[in-house]
Design a protein around this ligand. Structure first.
Ligand code: HEC
Ligand code: HEC
Ligand code: HEC
Ligand code: HEC
Ligand code: HEC
Length: 208
């Protein structure tokens, strides 16, 4: 009896460490994997192959522009793609993605159901005009470097809230190294304060 007690005393630390490792695995690997589900983008679009330094040689505004009423066009419609990808018999590349673009969307004239990484919940009002034109903030401050992006990141959706992972950030510890790593309510408000726009931190400014 005595000897047994001593034995379990001696090896208690083994269970402690095993328990800690178990908790870390659950917290850092299993929980995030359960919380977020992956979704496949309909087409893999390469910004690098369409941007300013590519053969297509386009500027951001060629595809993402403002309408006259100040609203933002967002992701371009299929009509924009057809300007160059007009003939399935004369593709611009030997890529399977371009083939998919023709057969699934251009020929049947269907819009591409893109998954939007930065999409905020319905209740949030975000005007691009105020940020890009009035405050002169560059796209990459909020979205990261897009021009060089050749492949799209995996899209992940939070099973509980339905938000894209890019709202709360991809770092499980909630760390933020770059301005574009996360776009929660506080991230919006912090920047308004930095720009001396505290008045924009009243609830009704961002929630209509
Ligand atoms: C040929 C048209 C085209 C050009 C030129 C273009 N984009 Fe895009 N952009 C797209 C398409 C299509 C998508 C949707 C697919 C995706 O997310 O990559 C997109 C998505 C984005 C998104 C992601 C939005 C989100 O949250 O899901 C950002 C940010 C963006 N573009 C910024 C830029 C910037 C900055 C430039 C200039 C360097 C640029 N784009 C040039 C077509 C274009
Ligand atoms: C100004 C002309 C132009 C427009 C507009 C354009 N593209 Fe392209 N696209 C190109 C060129 C040129 C290539 C070949 C690039 C290369 O291989 O380097 C290409 C290649 C592609 C590819 C194959 C890339 C790969 O993986 O190799 C896809 C997919 C694609 N485009 C999708 C789109 C979509 C979606 C749109 C509309 C949002 C669009 N393109 C609009 C010129 C254009
Ligand atoms: C101050 C931060 C900020 C800046 C600067 C910014 N964006 Fe955004 N962008 C956002 C947010 C936030 C959303 C999500 C808006 C929503 O869900 O209503 C978004 C959404 C988008 C979308 C997806 C729109 C959709 O819903 O279809 C595209 C494309 C995009 N931005 C491109 C750009 C481009 C191109 C620029 C530069 C000209 C730019 N953004 C500048 C924060 C920003
Ligand atoms: C990088 C800095 C920055 C970030 C991030 C940012 N904002 Fe702003 N925002 C500004 C500045 C600066 C203005 C003031 C523009 C002006 O009036 O000159 C502004 C203005 C606004 C306005 C007022 C527009 C108007 O018509 O008066 C709204 C609404 C707004 N932001 C919502 C948001 C939301 C929602 C987010 C987060 C999803 C966000 N902003 C993130 C800098 C930022
Ligand atoms: C600067 C812009 C901004 C201001 C000001 C702001 N919010 Fe938000 N709010 C957001 C954004 C962006 C989200 C979504 C991202 C998140 O969950 O952090 C959000 C999310 C929320 C949600 C969760 C909604 C959901 O569907 O999950 C609530 C509730 C909320 N806000 C209440 C408030 C209240 C109350 C105030 C005033 C004290 C306020 N907000 C002020 C930007 C703002």
């Amino acid at each position: 009896m005595d000897a047994d007690l001593k034995k379990s005393d001696k090896y208690g630390w083994v269970f402690l460490i095993a328990g800690l490792i178990g908790a870390l695995i659950v917290g850092w690997i299993i929980f995030p994997a359960l919380l977020y589900s992956k979704k496949e983008q309909p087409i893999h679009f390469s910004h690098a192959k369409h941007g300013p330094d590519s053969d297509a040689g386009m500027s951001c505004e060629d595809c993402h522009f403002f309408y006259e009423d100040g609203s933002f066009s967002g992701i371009p419609k299929i009509a924009k793609c057809i300007e160059c990808h007009e003939d399935a018999e004369l593709p611009l590349s030997d890529s399977e993605e371009e083939e998919k673009l023709f057969t699934d969307y251009i020929v049947p004239n269907k819009e591409i159901p893109w998954l939007v990484y930065s999409r905020q919940p319905e209740c949030v009002y975000f005007p691009h005009m105020a940020h890009v034109k009035m405050a002169d903030i560059e796209c990459n401050v909020c979205h990261g470097e897009m021009a060089k992006q050749d492949s799209m990141p995996v899209y992940k959706v939070n099973r509980l809230t339905g938000y894209s992972i890019d709202i709360w950030g991809r770092n499980i510890a909630g760390l933020k190294k770059n301005t574009w790593d996360r776009m929660k309510m506080n991230d919006c408000a912090e920047c308004h304060t930095e720009h001396n726009k505290e008045n924009n931190n009243a609830c009704f400014v961002c929630h209509k």
